[in-house]
Every structure is written in C-alpha cells, then in structure tokens.
Design a protein around this ligand. Sequence first.
Ligand SMILES: CC(C)(COP(=O)(O)OP(=O)(O)OC[C@H]1O[C@@H](n2cnc3c(N)ncnc32)[C@H](O)[C@@H]1OP(=O)(O)O)[C@@H](O)C(=O)NCCC(=O)NCCS
Length: 169
Amino acid sequence: MTIRDLAEVYELGHTQFKATRWPVLYRSWDEYEVTTRFNMDGGYCLVAENDDPEGPRIAGFILGSVVNKPGTAWSYGYIIWLCSHPQWRRSGIAGRLTDKLIEMMVETDGIRIVMADTDPFNRAARRFFRGRGFDEEFPHMYLCGNIENNPRYRDHLKEARRESGRNGH
Ligand SMILES: CC(C)(COP(=O)(O)OP(=O)(O)OC[C@H]1O[C@@H](n2cnc3c(N)ncnc32)[C@H](O)[C@@H]1OP(=O)(O)O)[C@@H](O)C(=O)NCCC(=O)NCCS
C-alpha cells in the first residue's frame, strides 16, 4: 500500500464496514483509522491492485500489525481489517492478501500466532478464516452505556458541560 492508495482504501472500507450490517466492524472505520494504520504499520498494509484500466483500481486490502508481549519472546500477528471488492468476491483476493501478510510477519517478526476478529454474524468472514485454519473462536462482547441518565456519571457530565460551556445537544 502506498500513500496514493489511502483514499481508495478508505472508500472501499466505507462501503463495506456498515453500521447496519456489522455494528462492531463499523465502530472504528474512518479516515484516521486508515492513515494511522499506514503511519504505524505501513509495511503490514497491503493492497491488491486491478491492472485493468476499466473498473476500480483497488481490488482488496489488508491492514495488519504485530503485537509484542512485553517481557516475553512472544509476538503475534493481528489482522485488523480485511476487505475484497464486491466485484471480485470469491476469487481468492482475500486469501492471497492474508497469505502474503502472514508470510511477511513470519519472515520479519517470527510470529507464531495470528489473530483476527469480526462480527459474529459475518458468515463470509468466519467461513473465510476457518477455511485458513483459524479454528479457535473466542466470543468477545462490546458493551455500551448511555451515561446521560446514569446516576453514577450524570452529575459529572453536567458539571463538565457547565465548565466547557456546552449544552449537550
Ligand atoms: C470476508 C471477505 C474478506 C472474503 O473475501 P474474498 O476475497 O471473497 O475471499 P476468498 O475469495 O479468498 O475466499 C476464500 C474462502 O473464504 C470462504 N468465503 C468467502 N466468502 C464467503 C461467503 N460469502 N460465504 C461463505 N464462504 C465464504 C470460502 O471458503 C472461500 O473459498 P471458496 O470460494 O473456494 O469456497 C469478503 O467477503 C469481504 O471483504 N467482506 C466484507 C468485509 C469483511 O467482512 N471483512 C472481514 C472482517 S475485517
């Protein structure tokens, strides 16, 4: 992935990581997610390019990272975002991106474990990862609370709004 790919990668993700479809995936997909990932781990951000001048140029992307556990020799790969263009689904694009990323992580960082996450109802992604040998699935729960009417926080919220001059709307 190069700097000229950023806008197209963002746009493709924006059409796919929809709140209505996958609320969990949507949580953090924005322009800053793409630029931050690229700044921090550019070597582990890959795109698949369509060389036919007709049609979209970016056929898919994968954004990954390697996490080192402090105090141990362990490091593991993390597939943070993976997407193939709807025009070329089921033609092996995500598979090739994933294999290439893992190969690079093994060669550069000696990783032995790779993690990925997705929405539990994302059947395509779950089948995809299972098919590549990601055979352990751990449930993970996102919690959400409205603090407006929560007695624990509402007074702090009012105070903070008064100090900052915000009315909360
Ligand atoms: C999940 C996703 C990345 C798969 O991309 P892809 O390029 O179509 O995947 P591949 O062609 O490499 O598929 C490899 C295998 O994955 C499984 N698979 C992929 N899409 C599937 C689907 N819609 N239903 C069932 N299995 C599917 C199949 O086992 C497939 O092998 P097969 O075609 O020989 O049966 C793609 O559907 C996508 O971009 N989805 C939206 C974004 C997303 O959900 N990303 C994942 C979480 S970050």
